[in-house]
Design a binder for this molecule. Sequence first.
Ligand SMILES: [Zn+2]
Length: 309
Amino acid sequence: MKKPLPVPTPDTRPFWNGLNEGRVLLRHCRDCDCVFHYPRTVCPDCLSSDLGWRQASGTGTLYTYTVSRRPTHPLFADEVPQYLAVVELDEGPRLTSTLVNVPEANITIGMALEPVFERHDKERITLLRFQPANPELRGAQAATQSAPATSLLTEDSLASIGKTGEAIRGYPVSVEEIRRFCFATDDLNPRWLDPAASPDGITAPPAFLSIPFDTDVPLAELADDGVPLAQQGLVFPPLKARRKLFGGYQVEYFQPIRPGDVLTRQRRILDVHERQGASGSSVFVLIEATYTNQRGEKVAVEVNTIVNR
Ligand SMILES: [Zn+2]
C-alpha cells in the first residue's frame, strides 16, 4: 500500500497548483486586505466573497510542535520520529506541516523556517514541509537519508510467512468477566449487561474477543519494549529489530460471543515485508488470528499489524 496524498478540491486547487510550481499561495480578501489559510470561499474576517490569491514568501517561524514517536498509521512508520509542527508564516496565517532536515535537539519554538517542496511527480502533488532557515541547524540528517539502507530481515524472516502457531484455548467466557470488561472500557450498552435487553440474552462486546487469552506476565518476562518475550501460540519471525509497535488491527465477526463460550485462537503469519524510510528500516508483520468456539464454529478473524524497528 502507498501513503495517502491530499486530494485537491475546487477551493484548494490553486494552493496545490502553487506548491507544484514551488510557490506558497494564500487566499487574499480584496475587501479587508487580509490573507488567510486554509482556503475558503468566504473571508473569515469580513465575510466578503471577493477573494483572490497572493503569493506568500513561504518562510515563517515555528509556532509549536510535537514529536510523534509512534506512527499515526502503519503506512507512516518509516517517518518516525515525526516532527508535527504548526508554522506561522511571515504573512500571519498558521498551517500544520512537518519539519524535515533537522535533528530533534535543534528544534526550538520561534526558530526561522523555510519551505521544502516535496514533489510526488506521478500523482502531481507537492507537499509543503519546512526546514530550518539556518543551514547550520539542519544537521547531517540529509546525508543519512542517502546512506545505504540496513535490512532488519534475517535469512529466516520471510520463511515464516504462512507459519501457523498451535491452537490455544482461552478460559471460559463468563457474565462476570463481560461485566468487568464493560465497566473497565466504559461501554455500558444494555446488550452486554442486561439479560432482559435481548431475547438471546447477554453477548460480549466485539472488543472482548482477545480477553479470554490474556494472562498475567511477570515483569521479568517482558522485553524492553514491554512486549512479552514468549507468547503462547505465536511464532514470530526472527528479525534484527529491537522494538515492536502496534500498527492497528482489523476484525471480521461471524457470530456473537456468549457467556459459556470457550474460544480457541490460532495465529498465522500472514505477511512480512520491509520498507526503507528516512529514519531507517521498518518491518511490517501481519498476524492473522482465527477464533472458533467450542462447537468448532468460526467466531472472528483478526489481523494485527506489528511494526518492527
Ligand atoms: Zn475580508
